[in-house]
Design a protein around this ligand. Structure first.
Ligand code: FAD
Length: 507
């Protein structure tokens, strides 16, 4: 970064130091890309907000060397309990739901305030700071982007940059100025969320407790500290949230739960409206949006923050390769196509999950209160279904089969577009132990060592190569002598015997 009194220069300006903006900063740092983060608040969020850190996020954190810290500070949720009218209807073991599918086969419960702190610490350990109390005002774009902001003294300043990324949350000013519509709808019902200390003979473990009730649910999520839980639910027939207090909902929850519980201390209480919206485009010229500024949805499945982190993971390498290696413009455009498509599916899935948990009317009540408790226990015992649920919820199953960066190909059950499948070698090492470098990689699986690099000699990008003689049959079946071309975000661009078909990717 270069500066004078009122203007500075950098390669990328990031607006917002929430989980998405911080993740983008952390990723750009790995690629040695210069950036400035502007944040209007004076520090990261003090609130617990997003509690669930999904497996794919932990895999990304592992590449940064901070997964261990996250796990140490969080709690692994071991089971999900379903109750109706005081009776337990099902108990589903979720601790090892993704066994064999990820090194982190569970969901971690960690307050968003702690997740953000981990990322800020990573930045400061690497000599980078956030410009706190600096508010983005507007931008102009021509060959580059000029960003106008108010600094902590209220003075207007500018930054010249190659790219601007709005990670400025649901009300994104960057999105407004890009002229992009935020299509979707707002759910008419009001949610409450509270972090609470409680005493109960039933709700007293590192487990998730769902109490099904007539007009929705009360969900208890374990948090750090004895008797500390997050409760999420829907206000009974309420549309006005002004000055609403937890005490007003407390009796109604207790009555419907029919379970022994005493609420001892309310640590945080908030009400909010839920939206299901997606920006029509995530880019306009040199400007991008990511995270909540690009998509917001119901809290079902704990996807919001994790999706923002993955948006950044997807975008960072594309910006880096465009700046450093003059990658073709299709690389940047693929951020828009891949992540808008992902957001579209995400909204469909979270809307469906939400209807199941909170839909009103006879049909949804029947499904939630009569059918769901019956089938939940059965589902949990079906490993094939678990193998479908885990990839969906943990975000390890995201794939970009239609991307311009994907060459249609497959080996065994693995298709181009997929995230590299997780497996361990006989010595116990995970394939992901080899894949931490932020670079394109060629993996060869065959009887004798081979790099495959000679086939891609003309390519201007640096490519790391690995050769493996051990071929896991459960993943690749009986195949041998094949290559995998991995993108820096460890999604497969190509998998097959002839690497020459990948040359078109690097034009
Ligand atoms: C109660 C609750 C529970 C949730 N639970 C989960 C969960 O379990 N799992 C999950 O994945 N998600 C969950 N979410 C969603 C999650 O919190 C959001 O998806 C996440 O915070 C989005 O991150 P972000 O960085 O995109 O946006 P934000 O966190 O909104 O950050 C945007 C940042 O931009 C800054 N900003 C805005 N405008 C400007 C400007 N003009 N200039 C400078 N800075 C600006 C803001 O101050 C803010 O710091 C939950 C949310 C809530 C409210």
């Amino acid at each position: 970064m270069t500066t004078d009194a009122t203007s500075s220069k950098t390669q990328v300006v990031i607006i917002g130091a929430g989980p998405t903006g911080l993740s983008l900063a952390v990723q750009l740092l790995r690629y040695n890309i210069d950036f400035i983060v502007l944040e209007k608040n004076e520090k990261t969020t003090p609130y617990s907000k997003a509690l669930v850190v999904q497996a794919r996020t932990l895999e990304i954190f592992n590449e940064l060397g901070i997964a261990g810290k996250a796990i140490k500070e969080g709690r692994i949720t071991t089971a999900m309990n379903l109750f109706y009218e005081g009776k337990q209807k099902a108990k589903i073991n979720i601790a090892g739901l993704g066994d064999g599918l990820s090194a982190f086969p569970y969901a971690l419960s960690l307050e968003q305030s702690k997740t953000e702190k981990l990322l800020v610490d990573y930045l400061s350990e690497n000599g980078k700071t956030i410009l706190w109390k600096c508010e983005f005002i507007r931008f102009e774009q021509k060959e580059g982007v000029k960003v106008f902001y108010k600094n902590s003294n209220g003075q207007e300043q500018t930054i010249d940059a190659a790219y601007l990324v709005g990670c400025d949350g649901a009300g994104s000013l960057v999105r407004h100025q890009m002229g992009v519509a935020f299509s979707g709808n707002t759910i008419p019902r009001i949610f409450y969320v509270t972090d609470i200390k409680l005493k109960s003979s039933i709700i007293n473990k590192d487990e998730l407790f769902i109490f099904l009730i007539k007009k929705g649910f009360a969900l208890f999520f374990p948090m750090e500290g004895e008797g500390h839980y997050r409760i999420v639910g829907i206000l009974p027939d309420k549309t006005d949230t002004e000055n609403f207090k937890f005490e007003e909902v407390e009796n109604s929850i207790k009555e419907q739960m029919m379970t022994d519980v005493t609420f001892e201390e309310v640590r945080w209480f908030s009400t909010y409206k839920v939206h299901s919206r997606k920006a029509d485009s995530f880019m306009n010229g040199r400007c991008f949006i990511a995270g909540d500024s690009a998509h917001i949805h119901t809290p079902a499945g704990g996807q919001g923050m994790n999706t923002g982190i993955q948006d950044s993971y997807n975008l960072a390498w594309k910006i880096a390769y465009t700046i450093k290696n003059k990658a073709n413009s299709i690389v940047l455009e693929s951020y828009n196509t891949e992540r808008t498509e992902n957001a579209k599916h995400l909204l469909q899935t979270t809307d469906r999950m939400f209807d199941m948990m909170a839909g009103t009317g006879a049909f949804w009540n029947f499904l939630r209160l009569e059918i769901f408790p019956l089938i939940a226990g059965f589902i949990s015992k079906q490993s094939t279904i678990n193998k479908w649920i885990f990839p969906l919820v943990s975000q390890t199953g995201i794939s970009y089969p239609k991307s311009i960066l994907t060459v249609k190909s497959s080996i065994g059950k693995v298709n181009a577009g997929d995230r590299m499948p997780y497996f361990t070698f006989q010595d116990g090492e995970s394939i992901f132990d080899y894949l931490k470098e932020p670079a394109f990689k060629i993996l060869f699986f065959g009887n004798k060592e081979q790099s495959g690099l000679e086939q891609l000699k003309s390519i201007k990008f640096p490519i790391a190569s690995f050769s493996f003689t051990e071929i896991p049959k459960t993943v690749f079946e009986k195949n041998s002598g094949f290559y995998i071309l991995l993108r820096p975000d460890n999604h497969i661009s190509y998998i097959g015997k002839d690497l020459s078909s990948c040359k078109m990717l690097f034009k």
